[in-house]
Write a protein of this length. Sequence first.
Length: 271
Amino acid sequence: MKSDAFTRSRRVLRVVSALIALQLFPSAADLVSPPFRSGLPSSVQAASAPARGRDYYEARGDIVWEVPMAEKLIALTFDDGPDPEETPPILDLLNQYQAKATFFVLGRKVDQYPELAAREVLEGHEIANHTYTHRYFNRPITQELLSSEIKRTDEAVLRATGRKPVLFRPPGGYYGQAVVDGAKRAGCKTVLWSWHQDTEDWNRPGTEKIIRKVLTNARNGDIILFHDHVEGKSQTLAALQRILPELSKRGYRFVTVSELLTHKESKTVGH
Ligand SMILES: [Zn+2]
């Protein structure tokens, strides 16, 4: 489901980009920008990425990709759960390494499995918002729809855990001013992931490939993208079983994205 949806959405993105190039869309700047994954063809980036790319949003502090810092901290993030098969063993493994992670949950699944969301919070992890239905914002959408996707998820998390998420990650990484503003109105900061730490585990590239990607690229302040729900047999747990001990050995500590952001702020104040 996910990989198909993602491929489809990339195709849609190309069509939209072509339409922008032909000036059939009135306001390219208001369109949600592409995810800037490293694998995206440069023609797509050039056609549909106007002035408002990563630099613009990062400079304003509106979107976070990573938090460069002197401390050896890394944020592990897991999207698309909670899942009754995949989430519990990941939680068990995180506990073994005193690792705190951030779970970008779907509201729909939190309503289905509130006890898993409650466990995540109980064990010191952060729960963040990833929309209610995993909707892609890769075309113009109404503020009502965006707000409803965020609000329904916030409410589901609040019911299950007593906490309100403060971070939002748009599915597929499709961002733009509308997404940033919608998240802000709901009291959330938009968080993506380090470009060099997109494990693509949702596409099941092979356990070794996931491990190599993370271990080769690991640096302070990284936000690593994993999924605790994958269509088919997930390779994520097996990869984590090798990644966690190795990064621990290198001296890294695993913290929530909110904690990572705190370090950035304290460093800024210090200067
Ligand atoms: Zn997702």
